[in-house]
Write a protein that binds this ligand. Structure first.
Ligand code: ZN
Length: 370
């Protein structure tokens, strides 16, 4: 996790605080302790700050709970969640890939705002149960209002906000087309983003400079996110109908099991642009050796170590079938953090497919506009 402080793991998900989060945490604490609480409650001066600090902490714990809501449902659908990061505009769960069905997208999207609404209810009940005008009542009331606001803001139908995802799920369910739904939702997302930017500029000009700047920045952030979704969908559309069989390289130089790493590097790696080699024995593919396995062995030992000793055994290799779609292949590569995958049918290695190969194809297609 870059530019962030790691907090630990919850349900196997890494939780982190982006450096930018500390700015917003200080700002929220200060706004509560120096403005909001003194304007509405009469307490000793130090109390404003203790309550402000505590309320701010619970506020960000609520944001984290919202993201955990999305994550738990994603995990239930078998979609891995890498991390949750709190940053200046709130929280972001890094869900490894988009859901495969409209229904899943709907439940994942709605889970976050549902958690926020539930928290708002709990804090409201809490605030009514404690002594009026006390610090606990102030804390509960503010957290109830803010959690309800989080839910309301996120339900605005501007993709990639939760409301935009719910909207996409609906269009997706109705049209049956993921790419079409994403285009429509991202388009609406851009309209909403420009709306935020316009509102921000208007507020800034009308005198509410900081609030205006803030809303403008949120708009700019949303605009970036929806534009990225547009591009991703274009790539997916270009890849549609293409399978691993069409892009794989079939003339893979195979190497025998007893070959030393020294010979492999000298005779194969340095002479070809290839980075991975199937290892064969008695006509069967036994495994694969890539630059990564070679680099793990110190150079001084390359003359003694054989390919068979370091290869990834065939059973353990992540493979794709010749019929796997290219979008899926790219996703597999991203998840496994590899640049190439073997294409296998039964126990037969048909060829290798590389990220570069797919990108080259995309570039060529974009150039010819086909
Ligand atoms: Zn959300």
């Amino acid at each position: 996790m870059r530019n962030a402080v790691r907090l630990g793991r919850v349900l196997g998900i890494e939780i982190g605080l982006d450096y930018s989060w500390f700015i917003i945490f200080a700002l929220v604490t200060w706004t509560l302790a120096a403005h909001y609480f003194p304007m509405n409650y009469r307490w000793p001066a130090a109390t404003y700050w203790t309550v402000g600090f505590t309320t701010s902490l619970i506020f960000f714990a609520s944001v984290l709970a919202h993201e955990l809501g999305h994550s738990v449902v994603a995990l239930r659908f078998g979609i891995p969640v890498h991390s949750i990061r709190l940053f200046i505009f709130g929280g972001l769960a890094q869900i490894s890939h988009e859901p495969k069905r409209a229904r899943e997208e709907f439940y994942i999207a709605i889970a976050g705002p549902s958690v926020s609404v539930a928290l708002a209810g709990l804090f409201w009940v809490f605030s009514r149960a404690v002594y009026p005008k006390s610090p606990l009542e102030a804390l509960g009331t503010w957290l109830a209002v803010i959690n309800l606001s989080i839910a309301a803001f996120n339900l605005i139908p501007g993709f990639p906000l939760d409301g935009g995802r719910v909207f996409r799920a609906a269009v997706w369910g109705l049209t049956g087309s993921y790419t079409r739904a994403t285009r429509i939702a991202a388009g609406l997302g851009q309209v909403v983003a420009y709306g935020f930017i316009g509102l921000g500029v208007w507020m800034a000009v009308a005198g509410a400079l900081w609030d205006g700047l803030w809303i403008g920045f949120i708009g700019w952030f949303l605009l970036n996110a929806s534009t990225t979704s547009f591009k991703q969908v274009s790539v997916q559309e270009m890849l549609q109908g293409l399978t691993a069989r069409e892009v794989m390289m079939t003339d893979c130089p195979q190497v025998p099991r007893e070959l030393t790493l020294e010979a492999l590097v000298r005779d194969h790696v340095l002479r070809t642009a290839r980075q991975s080699f199937p290892v064969v024995e008695d006509g069967y593919t036994r495994g694969i050796v890539t630059l990564k396995e070679i680099k793990a062995v110190p150079k001084a030992r390359w003359a003694q170590v054989t390919v068979g000793e370091v290869m990834i055994p065939f059973e353990q290799i992540v493979k794709v079938s010749p019929h796997t779609g290219l979008a899926e292949v790219l996703q597999q590569m991203a998840e496994q953090e590899v640049n190439q995958l073997p294409v296998v049918e039964g126990d037969q290695l048909l060829g290798m497919i590389s990220r570069d190969g797919i990108l080259q194809l995309l570039k060529t297609r974009a150039e010819l506009r086909v």
